[in-house]
Ligand binder design. Structure first.
Ligand code: SAM
Length: 214
């Protein structure tokens, strides 16, 4: 993602009813924040927010929290909330490295990782959001039957992720190397990157994984 300084981004984010300041103070209290017992689904690295906004519009019985590291990107998602009328969406500017400080054990029901940064150099592998190091963090915040769902057009990153999931002892519920031409495509909501890369003809890979065979 190319980053530009966006003048006024921080102010726009702070003024939005959808954005959360001091997210660590909500740890263990997210259901209170949403004022219901509905499941909580988060997207880590949501970019400009197309996916999470559309998911929140389609599924009012699920609470969605979008996480993005950079204000200059998050502000684009905040701008999109102008016509959003639901109460089931919150947006946070934070680094996923701190995810366990923002969510208590078992507080999250699903984690979406869409077109995560590939970090192609071996020495940066730990920064990949599907690395074993991150899977361990997700293990700590996900409900027992919680899922991670990961989409990408980057075959190397996808193959790395399949390996990491196996090594970490997670169970692959399903996966495909060509989501748009598979039975799993029904109800698929495209992200900004997904639209861009599938328009170029790149097949989209997707996997779903969980930890326990219930
Ligand atoms: N998910 C969007 C999509 O599919 O269109 C955006 C994909 S973009 C390649 C990856 C996004 O993840 C960027 O906006 C980046 O800033 C964000 N990101 C990368 N590492 C992150 C981290 N550690 N914590 C939070 N966000 C992160």
């Amino acid at each position: 993602m190319r980053l530009r300084n966006v003048p006024g981004a921080k102010e726009t984010i702070i003024q939005s009813d959808f954005s959360i300041q001091e997210p660590k103070t909500y740890r263990g209290k997210w259901k209170e924040e949403f004022k219901n017992e509905n499941p909580i689904h988060i997207e880590i690295g949501m970019g400009k927010g197309k996916f999470i906004l559309e998911m929140a519009e389609r599924n009012p019985e699920i609470n969605y929290i979008g996480i993005e590291k950079y204000s200059s990107v998050l502000v684009r998602a905040v701008e999109k909330t102008e016509n959003f009328e639901g109460e089931n969406l919150r947006l946070i500017r934070m680094d996923a490295e701190e995810i366990e400080e923002v969510f208590a054990p078992e507080e999250v029901d699903r984690i979406y990782l869409n077109f995560s940064d590939p970090w192609p150099k071996d020495r940066h592998a730990k920064r990949r959001l599907t690395s074993a190091r991150f899977l361990e963090r997700y293990d700590h915040i996900l409900a027992p039957d919680g899922r991670i769902m990961f989409k990408t057009d980057n075959r190397n990153l996808f193959d790395f992720s399949l390996e990491q999931i196996e090594e970490a002892g997670w169970i692959l519920e399903n996966y495909t190397y060509d989501l748009h031409n598979s039975k799993f495509n029904e109800g698929n909501v495209m992200t900004e990157y997904e639209e861009k890369f599938s328009a170029k003809g790149n097949p989209i890979c997707r996997l779903t994984a969980y930890r326990h065979d219930l």
